[in-house]
Ligand binder design. Structure first.
Ligand code: HPA
Length: 268
């Protein structure tokens, strides 16, 4: 496993002229446009990267983009791997481990999720303050001691300093933020009404099918993480959202998220 990761990192380093990213960014569903803000120096399709799984979900582009963003060297994953696609948790999290070998010192993650907190609206941005993992843990199996400890601590999983910085930036720029706990389930079904109520009862604010595996392996490797969820539906609302309105809200939220991520990366 470690050998494969090293082999993949060496391939990528050779393909990118030894570009060493400082910040890794995972772009969630509908947030791929963010990649347009990067001054791209190289991009590699997942299908051309040895040992990488290949993305199967439509709307997920499936490539790594290397370049400059706000004066920093970044790598963006345009498209991620989900457990519900049939990959193992080791496959889902493989890219994040490779990014660490390439040198990332921060991980920014984004996703689309369903609001469980009844004070949330479609199009809100939720800063992830913590998570509840309802998927298999990606660290099950022999521990890769070269990467991190057997029993990683999950306090401060979403970096408090980065959250405080997001709050300051959002206040300066008049960006409305919600804060909350992301519940990661396997999918691919959306939740039943009883499940949304259950998520709320156990302390969740948003429900999704991604992010948690990547964050767990990042924290295993002691990488500070910042995460944002775009609320695309409200699980406990009776109203079925107008599809066009949901898309419009999603695009608007994506622009706000881009502004927030860029300012945070500029001031890292
Ligand atoms: N549940 C799980 N994942 C999601 C949802 C949801 O309601 N909305 C977007 N991704």
């Amino acid at each position: 496993m470690l050998e494969k990761m090293k082999q993949t990192a060496a391939f990528i380093a050779a393909e990118t002229g030894d570009f060493r990213p400082e910040v890794g960014i995972i772009l969630g569903t509908g947030l791929g446009d963010f990649a347009e803000r990067i001054e791209v120096s190289a991009s590699i399709d997942y299908k051309d990267i040895p040992n990488f799984p290949v993305s199967t979900v439509e709307g997920h582009r499936g490539r790594l983009i290397f370049g400059m963003l706000e004066g920093r060297r970044v790598v963006a994953m345009q498209g991620r791997f989900h457990y519900y696609e049939g990959y193992t948790m080791q496959q889902v999290t493989f890219p994040v481990r490779v990014l660490k070998l390439l040198g990332i010192r921060y991980l920014f993650v984004s996703n689309a999720s369903g609001g469980v907190n009844t004070s949330f609206s479609v199009g809100d941005l939720m800063v992830i303050t913590d998570h509840i993992n309802l998927m298999p843990n990606p660290l099950i199996g022999p521990n890769l001691a070269e990467l991190g400890p057997r029993f990683p601590d999950m306090h401060n999983c979403y970096d408090r300093e980065l959250i405080a910085r997001a709050t300051r930036i959002a206040e300066e720029r008049n960006i409305k933020l919600q804060y909350g706990v992301y519940v990661g389930g396997t999918g691919p079904t959306f939740e039943t009404q009883a499940e949304y109520r259950y998520f709320k009862a156990i302390g969740g604010d948003a429900a999704g099918m991604s992010t948690v595996p990547e964050v767990i392996v990042a924290r295993h490797m002691s990488i500070p993480v910042f995460g944002v969820s775009v609320i695309t539906n409200c699980g406990l609302s009776d109203e079925i959202g107008d599809h066009e309105d949901v898309q419009r809200q999603g695009a608007k939220a994506g622009r706000k998220m881009a502004e927030l991520f860029m300012e945070m990366i500029r001031t890292l």
